[in-house]
Design a protein around this ligand. Structure first.
Ligand code: CMC
Length: 427
């Protein structure tokens, strides 16, 4: 097969190199297209633009395949922990026992945040969305670790600090919102158990994290840990490409994740289901509303830019929601409603033709709800899960000798040159 593509423009023929990935993914390298032809490519929303070569995550949206560093997501969800999966994403291999112990210890001993930063929480109103607090606190970490400003040094230490402290900041922002005292991390607890402790313990009573919930949280975070060049990861890479520090880049990623079309969808799903319950709208009626484009209603937790098949993460979460709720003896009518809504959508030609399936956000909220995590914290949970992916992608970019500042081009459609008129002459 030829390793070049031929392009004819204005009667002239050009050869463009073809790049093939390890899973036989193919791309036409257009890096020199403008220099050779004067043309750029136009691809609004980056529907078809490869922004980088990456060895971290493989995703086949047609087949519903997701692998971190070659290992299927199903395998990791069943057998791994979030800490081990984070190591895999960051370092490319599963850790040896020695490496695991060291990494785990580092995460344990960097979990506190500077006492001065705790006062920041007092400055926020009780109604503040925890994503607003999370993004600004993460950016503020760079003020406390000035050595982080040199992005080419101490990357591993900054990564460890961030991985460990994000869950502390997240839990403290929750405590602030409910007016309870902040619970400091406990070194004898595992990563996920420690988070649940900081969220739900109070000085008034003993709290033992439930092992089923600790396992469920590990799985949820593993499933969110990376998803190649999505909106927030591309944001982290774009900000990091200017050599901004890791905390600033990740803070920008948190803001990108917040939107309801991305990580904010998990909150939007529960709000949608709640509204259906309150208004007693049937699944069929809701699906009809969604199909009416004028109504501007989307079925949240459905559809994906890349998956044109069932999202493998949603498959795991759907099963897990049932198992966890059964185990807890909880009969959540919202789970049944979600299942009925999925069925109604998947049997409707509108969804079939557009290949719209449940995505990771459709069932995750039901699990967070079962854990007692409030709805406005759901996207924060997504951020905690996605963090190792953001860091691994940023690190990969920094270590790439061919890395360049991200700077897309545009096709200008505004007015051509015209002259300034004085204010007095303007009508
Ligand atoms: N409900 C109803 N219609 C939909 C939906 C949906 N959830 N998703 C896509 N469509 C329709 C859309 O109207 C369009 O129809 P038409 O071709 O007639 O104009 C077609 O499907 C293609 O949609 P699109 O918006 O052009 O596709 P996209 O790739 O730009 O958007 C998406 C992907 C995820 C933003 C979109 O599917 C969506 O808005 N879903 C709901 C929000 C959501 O669940 N987001 C979480 C994504 S997964 C977690 C993450 O990684 O962020």
């Amino acid at each position: 097969m030829s390793n070049t593509a031929k392009l004819t423009l204005e009667g002239k023929e050009y050869e463009l190199p073809v790049v093939v990935g390890s899973e036989n993914e193919k791309a036409i390298d257009i890096t020199r297209l403008r220099a050779q032809t004067g043309y750029i490519t136009l691809d609004t929303g980056y529907m078809n633009t490869g922004a980088t070569r990456s060895a971290i995550t493989y995703l086949d949206g047609e087949q519903g395949i997701l692998r971190y560093r070659g290992i299927p997501i199903e395998d990791l969800a069943e057998k791994s922990t979030f800490v081990e999966t984070s190591y895999l994403l960051l370092h490319g291999e599963l850790p040896t026992q020695e490496q695991w112990k060291r990494f785990s210890n580092l995460l344990t001993y960097h979990s506190m945040i500077h006492e001065d930063m705790i006062r920041f929480f007092d400055g926020y109103p009780a109604t503040a969305h925890p994503m607003a607090i999370l993004s600004s606190m993460v950016c503020s970490l760079s003020a406390y670790y000035p050595e982080s400003l040199n992005v080419f040094e101490n990357m591993d230490m900054q990564s460890t600090r961030l991985l460990s402290k994000l869950r502390t900041i997240a839990a403290f922002s929750y405590k602030k919102s409910v007016g309870q005292p902040m619970m400091y991390p406990q070194n004898h607890l595992s990563y996920c158990a420690n988070f649940l402790h900081m969220m739900f313990a109070t000085p008034a009573e003993r709290y033992e994290p439930d092992p089923d919930m600790v396992r469920a949280l590990n799985i949820l975070l593993i499933l969110h840990a990376d998803h190649e060049q999505n909106c927030s990861t591309s944001t982290v890479r774009l900000v990091g490409s200017s050599q901004a520090n890791l905390f600033a880049s990740v803070s920008a990623g948190i803001c990108a994740l917040w939107g309801p079309l991305h990580g904010g969808a998990n909150q939007a799903v529960i709000e949608m289901l709640e509204e259906m319950q309150q208004t007693k709208l049937s699944c069929k009626e809701f699906v009809s509303q969604v199909k009416d484009k004028k109504a501007k209603v989307r079925l949240m937790g459905f559809g994906h830019r890349v998956y044109k098949n069932y999202d493998p993460r949603a498959k795991i979460l759907k099963q897990m929601a049932q198992v966890i709720l059964n185990k807890k003896g909880v009969n959540d009518p919202m789970l049944q409603l979600a299942q009925e809504l999925e069925e109604a959508a998947l049997s409707d030609p509108f969804f079939i033709e557009r290949k719209l399936y449940p995505n990771v956000d459709f069932y995750s909220g039901l699990l967070y709800k079962a854990m007692g995590i409030p709805v406005n914290m759901f996207t924060v949970m997504f951020a905690i899960g996605r963090l190792p992916g953001w860091i691994a992608q940023c690190k990969e970019m920094m270590e790439d000798p061919e890395n360049k500042i991200g700077r897309p081009r545009q096709i200008y459609t505004g007015p051509t040159e015209r002259h300034y008129t004085a204010l007095a002459d303007r009508k």
